[in-house]
Design a protein around this ligand. Structure first.
Ligand code: SF4
Length: 340
């Protein structure tokens, strides 16, 4: 059986045509699933009985289960059990401008970034489209509030699961579904260049974030194995091409690690690298974990790093610290569950 949350609207329309039904049935189903959030075909009162039976025979609906939830002032963290007993996480954050969710795209991650708890546990498999859609739906049901923005930055490298992630984005972006605006959807990659090039060709106005975390190849290769394949020079050249082609700004994620990448020299080098680019830097205070040797930079050091970038006319923000009390470093809930 297939999961109905794997289906884009156009795919569902094709399905109804293939069973000699009118294609507007797809819009009706989308309305039940995404607007009314009814996850039981028998409660879809405008469908005929024989169609309900056909749908029950063809599709499953829910497959994820929330098994743990941690709540802080402005953060909720969810641990989901998948149908095959694997685990993934989502983090919900309350901002002044609305509610955002950070979703996972893989079970584990093979990118092996040295500071990352998610990557400590290797990739088991890609998430299917419906498993990403369901993270949003289950959390929406839990908080009883609309989620207005989505970041694909949880466990996994989204571009290592490109097709399912793109399908997921098209589903949640659809007006007839969750209608999350493209400008409120961000995909974050460690820098897989061929997939950045593929994204340039997609007719989607989503945001691109790059996990850079170091301003030169020597340091970046130590922190992020991917840099040995796609180095900084090629990555920056690709981003310039992306910006030119899409006319969109790129976000540079930079997690500050005490004594590793947070010096004034690093800030100057980063400014030099990004000079003239339509990019802004998001400085992320590190969430320490027990399993990896890195420490967070002091507030003072982060502020100095910020000032140095500002003086070099680089757009920069410091990300508010979310949920450091509740294992919010991505991957911590799951690794506790797996290690246990
Ligand atoms: S930072 Fe992202 S890409 Fe790197 S290991 Fe962690 S989840 Fe994977």
């Amino acid at each position: 059986m297939e999961n109905i949350f794997d289906y884009r609207l156009d795919q569902l329309e094709d399905y109804f045509l293939s069973i000699n039904e009118k294609k507007f049935k797809a819009t009706q189903i989308y309305d039940w699933l995404y607007k009314k959030q009814v996850f039981d075909f028998t409660q879809m009162t405008n469908l005929k009985k024989d169609l309900i039976i056909k749908l029950q025979e063809t599709f499953t609906i829910n497959s994820l289960e929330i098994i743990k939830k941690q709540t802080d002032k402005d953060t909720k963290k969810y641990l989901f059990k998948l149908a095959d007993e694997n685990f993934v996480e989502s983090v919900l954050m309350y901002h002044d401008y609305g509610v955002s969710i950070c979703v996972s795209s893989q079970v584990g991650c093979n990118m092996g970034c040295a500071f990352c708890e998610s990557g400590r546990l290797k990739k088991v498999r890609n998430l299917k489209t419906h498993e990403m859609v369901e993270q949003i739906l289950l959390v929406t049901q839990d908080i009883k509030e609309r989620i207005s923005s989505v970041v694909i930055m949880g466990i996994g490298e989204p571009f290592d699961n490109y097709d399912n992630v793109m399908n997921f984005i098209k589903i949640i972006n659809n007006d007839k579904g969750l209608a999350i605006g493209a400008r409120h959807i961000t995909v974050s990659t460690c820098g897989i260049i061929p997939k950045i090039k593929m994204l340039m060709a997609e007719p989607l106005q989503i945001n691109l974030a790059i996990s850079l975390h170091a301003p030169n190849n020597a340091l970046r290769s130590k922190l992020m194995k991917i840099n040995k394949i796609y180095d900084i020079d090629n990555l920056i050249a690709t981003l310039k091409e992306y910006i030119k082609k899409t006319n969109r700004r790129v976000t540079i994620e930079y997690v500050t690690l005490n004594g590793v990448n947070d010096s004034r020299e690093c800030a100057l080098e980063l400014a030099h690298l990004l000079k003239g680019m339509n990019a802004y830097v998001n400085l992320i205070p590190y969430n320490e974990t027990n399993n990896l040797g890195f420490k967070k930079s002091s507030k003072q050091t982060i502020l100095e790093f910020y000032d140095t970038l500002k003086k070099q006319k680089i757009n920069v923000t410091i990300r508010r610290e979310f949920g450091s009390k509740i294992d919010a470093a991505c991957g911590q809930l799951r690794s506790k569950e797996v290690d246990a």
